[in-house]
Every structure is written in structure tokens, then in C-alpha cells.
Design a protein around this ligand. Structure first.
Ligand code: NAG
Ligand code: NAG
Length: 358
């Protein structure tokens, strides 16, 4: 498994868009499941350890049957095989769905200057649709955290990349590894807090690019290069929780780090498209980047007039809609579906720094 996960993390940037679908023939017999495993293994575990491959076939079979069952239900949401298929539910929950131990700070305790101040468009003149994927340069490629609960660092780095581009027009992959290794009072690959990552960048007056401090997917000693960091931020802001319009207003400005509670479910693990409506579990906390919202057209034959958020995840591009998820909006009273409105935050005042490769 260690070897398999290592290959997977490194394969993140070269992953193909190939999808493996499950049909009734695939689940019909041991032979057909074996054939499917061979196909899946070639795609997601090339060069994997043969002993491990044999050992994990039982897990794979159970996952495939579960995916098949999921697709017999609500047809508005799709589930395909992705690279989680030889991981038990426990492994998936531990490394991928549970990377933020954070307790939510009461909004009342947050100073005014650290709160998102609503724009003139709030609450009734907000844009109908916001999608930062459509604005060239704002978002970098989808990352894969690998065997490291670093969602908090990746989403914090991506939020800073976005505000940096919007203000300074510089495109950079920022170093999530530097945040994993160096953020005080966090647990590195065992989880952490995007807010502490932002605070660390403020205190250290900068963050390096991922070319300068590459992602390895395991915790190391904090060892930033001696060259100047590429950018810094001065502040970060919390968005009022449980307020859908306020979160829409914030994401209309720039991408926002959000909490995702309960991503440990089978449905979430195998989500491959459509608007996710749950279930969400209770046990785990994940962080991801909110990059927009919208409503499907009223003549959409599959799912008309549905309101959704757009979330950029850090599980590679074989998961979801090329690494992204559309999650149903609403559920205001409960903090949004999967708690998405419970603790949103974003960095501000990005400053471009001089560095050797500028
Ligand atoms: C992931 O890495 C941790 C150490 O960082 C190790 O203890 C664990 O066994 C690994 N898990 C898998 C499934 O490879
Ligand atoms: C960010 O990294 C990806 C590979 O992970 C690369 O394809 C992309 O070009 C990089 N973007 C920038 C702006 O350096």
C-alpha cells in the first residue's frame, strides 16, 4: 500500500482522464471482476507490488459492487471507479476525508477587521453564476494529496495562488509542502488548519513556489530554500457562517477555503459527476477550495434548476468532475450540505516578492 500510494501521488500530474465505468457484466462473476481489476490496476497502480495487488483484490471487489449499487439509485449523480478502489473505507477516511482537526471558532470572537465585509451587491444583486475555472490563470491544476492529510495546506496554498493572480497577475503553484513542514501547531501529514497556514505565511512574510519547495506527500523537517519566497499575504478573513448569500458574495471576490464535514461516505468517495446531495457523514473534517456557484438550466434534462456550489478538491483529477465537485446549495440551517457554510475563510493583500527567478 505504501508503494501504491507513492506511485499514485507522483502520478497526479500525468493522470489521464480515462474513466472506468461499472456495468452489470463487470459485477456478474469473479472472472469479470478480475478483468476489471486488471484494467483498473494498469491505469491507477502501474508498476504496483504484485503481492499487494493480490491482497487488495478483495477490497476492490467490494468497492466495485458498492459503486454498481450506488448507480442503481439517484441517476442525477454518477459514480465511477477512481484511484480509491483498493483502499478500505477506513484508509480513505483517515488519509483523505479527515485532514482538519479544527474546532470552529465562534464568529462573534472574530475581530471586525478579520471578517468578510459584504460588497455593494450583497444580498440581492449577486451574480447568478460565479466560476473561477472559466477565468484563465486564477486556478492551478488539481493536486493530489497522496498518503498525507494535507488538504488544509493544499487548499490554503490554492487560495493564496488565486488572490495573488487576481491582484498581481502572477501564476504560481505555491508550496503546500512548506505549509505542511513549517506551519506551527499543526500536524503536518496528520492534519492541520488553513487558518494557521495563512497566519504562518503572514508571520514568515512569505511562501515559496512548489518548484522551489516541491510536494513530496510526507512530513519533513521545515527547510525552506534560502531564495526569497514568491509572495506573501497580510491578512485573512472569515466569512459569516450559515449565510449562503454572504458566502456567494465572498466567492464572487475570490476563491474561499471551506470546511467539508463527513466526506467519509461511499457516495462521496466515488462521486464522479452531477450535483452531490449527500449523504454526508459526521465523523471527518476536510478542507477544500470553493471556486464558484451556479444553477443548472431549467431545461437541463438530467437535473433542471438545481442550485450548487463548485468545489476544487485535492484528490487528483480522477475523482469527481476532473477533480471538482458540484455540491447542492441550501441546507442553510445546518451550515450547508456537508457543513460547507460552517467556517469559510480566505487570504487577502497578496504581495509579490522579488526572487531569483522573477
Ligand atoms: C501512510 O503513511 C504513514 C506514515 O506517514 C504510514 O504510517 C501509513 O502506513 C501509510 N499508509 C498507507 C496506507 O500506506
Ligand atoms: C503547476 O503545476 C502543474 C503540475 O502539477 C503544472 O502543470 C503547471 O504548469 C504549474 N503551473 C504554474 C503556473 O507553474
Amino acid at each position: 500500500m505504501v508503494a501504491a500510494l507513492a506511485t499514485m501521488a507522483l502520478a497526479a500530474s500525468t493522470q489521464t482522464e480515462n474513466r472506468i465505468y461499472v456495468n452489470s457484466e463487470d459485477v456478474a462473476s469473479e472472472e469479470s471482476l478480475r478483468g476489471l481489476y486488471e484494467r483498473w490496476y494498469r491505469l491507477y497502480r502501474p508498476g504496483g507490488d504484485p503481492a499487494n495487488k493480490e491482497k487488495r483484490f478483495a477490497i476492490f471487489k467490494a468497492e466495485v459492487r458498492a459503486v454498481y449499487e450506488l448507480n442503481q439509485g439517484d441517476t442525477r449523480v454518477k459514480h465511477h471507479l477512481n484511484w480509491f478502489e483498493d483502499m478500505t473505507q477506513g484508509e480513505y477516511a483517515k488519509y483523505f476525508a479527515n485532514c482538519s482537526p479544527r474546532e470552529i471558532r465562534p464568529f462573534g470572537d472574530i475581530p471586525e477587521m478579520n471578517r468578510h465585509q459584504p460588497s455593494q451587491y450583497y444580498p440581492d444583486k449577486l451574480p447568478r453564476t460565479v466560476d473561477w475555472r472559466t477565468v484563465e490563470g486564477v486556478l492551478t491544476s488539481v493536486k493530489n494529496q497522496g498518503n498525507c492529510s494535507s488538504c488544509w495546506a493544499i487548499s490554503a496554498a490554492e487560495a493564496m495562488e488565486s488572490v495573488h493572480f487576481l491582484k498581481n497577475k502572477q501564476r504560481t503553484n505555491l508550496s503546500a509542502q512548506e505549509l505542511v513542514d513549517c506551519t506551527p501547531n499543526s500536524y503536518g501529514c496528520k492534519g492541520g488548519w488553513a487558518s494557521r497556514a495563512f497566519q504562518h505565511v503572514i508571520d514568515r512574510r512569505g511562501i515559496h513556489s512548489s518548484e522551489q519547495y516541491p510536494y513530496v506527500g510526507k512530513a519533513q523537517y521545515c527547510d525552506p530554500p534560502s531564495v526569497s519566497p514568491v509572495m506573501s499575504i497580510k491578512k485573512f478573513h472569515f466569512v459569516q457562517p450559515r449565510n449562503e448569500k454572504m458566502l456567494m458574495d465572498a466567492v464572487a471576490h475570490n476563491p474561499v477555503v471551506v470546511l467539508i464535514v463527513g466526506a467519509e461516505t461511499m457516495n462521496f468517495k466515488h462521486y464522479s459527476g452531477g450535483i452531490y446531495r449527500g449523504p454526508c457523514g459526521m465523523d471527518t473534517k476536510h478542507e477544500a477550495l470553493l471556486v464558484g456557484y451556479g444553477t443548472t438550466p431549467s431545461d437541463d434534462s438530467n437535473d433542471p434548476g438545481a442550485e450548487y456550489w463548485v468545489v476544487k478538491n485535492s484528490w487528483g483529477d480522477s475523482w469527481g468532475e476532473k477533480g471538482y465537485m458540484r455540491l447542492a446549495r441550501g441546507h442553510q440551517d445546518y451550515g450547508g450540505l456537508c457543513g460547507i457554510m460552517l467556517d469559510p475563510m480566505y487570504p487577502s493583500h497578496p504581495k509579490k516578492l522579488n526572487h531569483a527567478y522573477a
